[in-house]
Ligand binder design. Sequence first.
Ligand SMILES: [Zn+2]
Length: 166
Amino acid sequence: MSSLSRAQRVRRLANLVNLSTPLGLLIATAGRARRRPGPGGLTLAEGYTIPFPPAGAFTVGNVVISPQRFDELIGRNPTVMEHEDVHAWQYVWCGGLPFLPLYALAAGWSWLRTGDVASGNVFERTAGLERGGYREAPVSNAGFRTLAERFQTLTVNPRRLAERSR
Ligand SMILES: [Zn+2]
């Protein structure tokens, strides 16, 4: 692809060498997704059949994976590729695979603060919540409160928890 910018070539090479793109290709293959070249040196993998993660699209290295077709996805959300493009850069800045545990931590923190895994997640905020199709939840400590309630139920009255889970 001769239309790639120098930065996009560097990103493609970096995510190859740091193994995030090879992992993305492996995940796409495991999920029986069809692959084709996308914009900016990214690879589009569509028709992914594994129900995890529960997302319209997700990016691993330079591979953008979706259970849907990209023309449908982009039709519904025209800015989704700009959002995923930022994620591909985040793999470069994280040195590849460390992105995954760092993302998981950021998602956990977001859940504690807002009750969802994206609104307070630094990776999603940087990629653009709106561009990614996320509705921003306010900071409410919803996750902290849920945990506190469960902890209280567990310590104050364990029998109630057993009854509730029946
Ligand atoms: Zn995202």
